[in-house]
Ligand binder design. Structure first.
Ligand code: SAM
Length: 225
């Protein structure tokens, strides 16, 4: 999906994906990932999610990566923080306390950029990408994370011909095919989202069934364990 698409969404305030609360599945399942206390959590396609503040309040350092400078400005403003700025080959880094947001393209990262991350949290990130980018995202970006890294990934499943994403439906076989060579993948919860709970867009588009799935991830050690 072209960068302009996302920049325009932020400029026009069309950010229906943003939640005014912390993701309940994060609160419910984060401990099950075994993410080491105090570790840095990589949050790809971060937006201005409150989940980052929640992770920081739990004692984690956070590295969010987000294309939109507007999203990053709004995150810090809304949390009453004034970030320090520095530039690197990946983009502009904004840091305040234990939260660092990198304004740049997640596909421009390398292993050095993510070397300090002991965990990853993926909500509305994999499912924000069209199929042609998802293979690269799972196969290349996740391969940059260090051995032993833990993670929580949240996906959506719905009949693919019923709505045009994003969010795109991503089924378990796709997650496993993309990650299982390098990661242990475990379904923690699969839950149908009732019509009352769904964003109005799913009803408008006539989506007949919608589920969310939470996966625990663990990057295998180099030995293939
Ligand atoms: C669907 S939103 C989800 C945001 C956040 N994860 C949340 O839960 O609210 C996807 C975000 O990814 C950003 N994004 C899209 N492509 C990106 C890329 N290649 N690199 C970094 N950020 C990207 C968009 O600007 C947008 O804010």
């Amino acid at each position: 999906m072209h960068h302009d698409f996302w920049h325009q969404r932020w400029q026009e305030g069309r950010i229906g994906f943003h939640q005014a609360r912390v993701t309940p599945l994060l609160e419910r399942h984060w401990d099950a990932t075994g993410a080491p206390a105090g570790s840095q959590v990589f949050v790809p396609l971060a937006g201005k999610t409150l989940d980052m503040a929640w992770l920081a309040a739990r004692g984690h350092r956070v590295l969010g990566v987000e294309l939109s400078g507007l999203a990053i400005d709004q995150f810090f403003e809304e949390h009453g923080l004034v970030p320090e700025r520095r530039k690197s080959r990946f983009g502009t880094h904004y840091s305040a306390g234990s939260i660092e947001l990198l304004c740049g393209d997640v596909f421009g990262l390398d292993a050095a950029a993510l070397a300090g991350c002991g965990a990853v949290f993926d909500r509305a990130a994999l499912i924000a990408l069209p199929a042609e980018l998802r293979g690269r995202y799972l196969g290349e970006l996740y391969a940059l994370l260090p051995a032993g890294c833990r993670g929580l990934m949240i996906t959506l499943e719905y009949p693919p011909d019923e709505m045009e994403g994003p969010p795109f439906p991503v089924v378990e076989t796709e997650v496993r095919a993309g990650l299982e060579r390098e990661w242990r993948v475990q379904v923690l919860e699969r839950r149908e989202i009732s019509e009352a709970e769904r964003e109005s867009r799913f009803a408008e588009e006539g989506v007949t069934a919608l589920s969310t799935v939470a996966y625990a991830l663990q990057r295998r050690q180099a030995s293939g364990s």
